[in-house]
Write a protein that binds this ligand. Structure first.
Ligand code: ADE
Length: 227
């Protein structure tokens, strides 16, 4: 079973995402284990400090190396990790291909930064890869860690009811998903395309593929260029 350990100073931010819907069911069905660790529990002093002033001055606190390394090493003494990931806008841009790659790993650790970030020595000596979820700055790595975990977990075998459903996602074949409709067939004169009501499975598949291509050409031509 895949295991994801998330290290944070704000564990409350990660309570919601795993407590509902698909991720909740994946955890209940033992397809993945997600363990959130409060870095403060590994703080070495009596004030439970996890951050300190930056050497050289300047505004903003820096996450200290000792509590984080104590937490990492305790976990490493229990099992080996395929990746120790640091969430950061400096990282490699997250995409479906990276989600696919990570979904094939066994144990993952994800460190969430806060304040001005973590002591650089953690990044140099303990982190195996840095991931960004986009070119914008969040107030911490937690929401990004939840995004990455979600994208990975839904790919694990047995997580989605319909085994083919992840395969028809946008991006899985570098194409956007086709439009979908449900009842009613006519809403205030806005009609569902006739083909979808026709019952001709092969024709419908063809139509969906054409729609995917057209939508990708129009909205994301960049996806059609590479590979
Ligand atoms: N932490 C802050 N901003 C981030 C981003 N864009 N991606 C990942 N982690 C982050």
């Amino acid at each position: 079973m895949m295991r994801i350990d998330i290290l944070t100073v704000v564990p409350g931010l990660l309570e919601g995402p795993f407590a509902h819907s698909i991720l909740k069911r994946a955890i209940q069905n033992k397809l993945v284990e997600v363990v959130v660790h409060n870095i403060r529990d590994w703080s070495v002093n009596k004030h439970k400090t996890v951050d300190d002033y930056a050497y050289g001055g300047g505004a903003g606190m820096v996450m200290m190396i000792e509590p984080i390394v104590a937490c990492i090493e305790e976990l490493q003494s229990q099992r080996s990790y395929d990746e120790i990931i640091y969430m950061s806008p400096d990282g490699e841009l997250f995409d479906q291909s990276l989600a696919n790659q990570l979904s094939m790993k066994g144990n993952l650790m994800i460190l969430c930064g806060h304040y001005k970030g973590v002591d650089e020595r953690i990044r140099r000596h303990f982190i195996t890869r840095e991931i960004s979820i986009g070119n914008y700055v969040l107030s911490g790595g937690e929401l990004a860690a939840a995004v990455v975990s979600d994208a990975i977990i839904r790919l694990l075998p047995g997580v989605l009811n319909d085994e083919t459903s992840a395969l028809s996602d946008s991006f899985q074949d570098n194409l956007l998903a086709p439009p979908v409709y449900t009842r009613p067939a006519d809403f205030r004169g806005h009609k569902v395309p006739d083909i979808l009501l026709s019952g001709h499975e092969a024709e419908i598949d063809k139509w969906r593929h054409e729609q995917s291509l057209a939508r990708t050409k129009e909205r994301r031509p960049d996806l059609l260029k590479n590979d």
